[in-house]
Design a protein around this ligand. Structure first.
Ligand code: 5GP
Length: 112
């Protein structure tokens, strides 16, 4: 079981900001911006490289939830960034797909 499945199952503590039948969202333990939320599906998919066409609705729900949380946390007015890191060159460190919602400050581009 991945670390993020354990968070979704409440086996490891985290500041959970949203839960529903498909998705869980929680504060990142090492925030890179004033708002840094991780959105995961309950179903374990290792990386974006493993998604199948049948996962499209689930992935869409992740983005819709990100928009909702961006509004709720107040970062939507000034803007925010959504990131899926995929694989070692992108720095993916947990093999359970997760969408980063980052906001609350001006973000550099290109990323490091
Ligand atoms: P990645 O680098 O794989 O794209 O993102 C993984 C993210 O998960 C990182 O931003 C990291 O800080 C966060 N993270 C890792 N372990 C934990 C944990 O135990 N609790 C929480 N809340 N976040 C974690």
């Amino acid at each position: 079981m991945t670390l993020f499945e354990k968070i979704a199952n409440h086996e490891i503590p985290a500041t959970i900001v949203h839960e529903d039948a498909d998705l869980v969202a929680f504060q990142d333990i090492n925030p890179q911006a004033p708002q840094h939320i991780i959105i995961i599906p309950r179903r374990a998919i290792a990386s974006i490289d493993d998604v199948e066409p049948g996962d499209a609705e689930l992935l869409g729900k992740m983005i819709v939830l990100a928009k909702q949380l961006a509004r709720e946390t107040g970062v939507a007015n000034n803007g925010y960034r959504l990131v899926f890191n995929c694989g070692p060159d992108a720095g993916q460190s947990v093999d359970h797909i997760h969408l980063h919602l980052l906001g609350g400050r001006e973000l550099d581009w290109p990323p490091g």
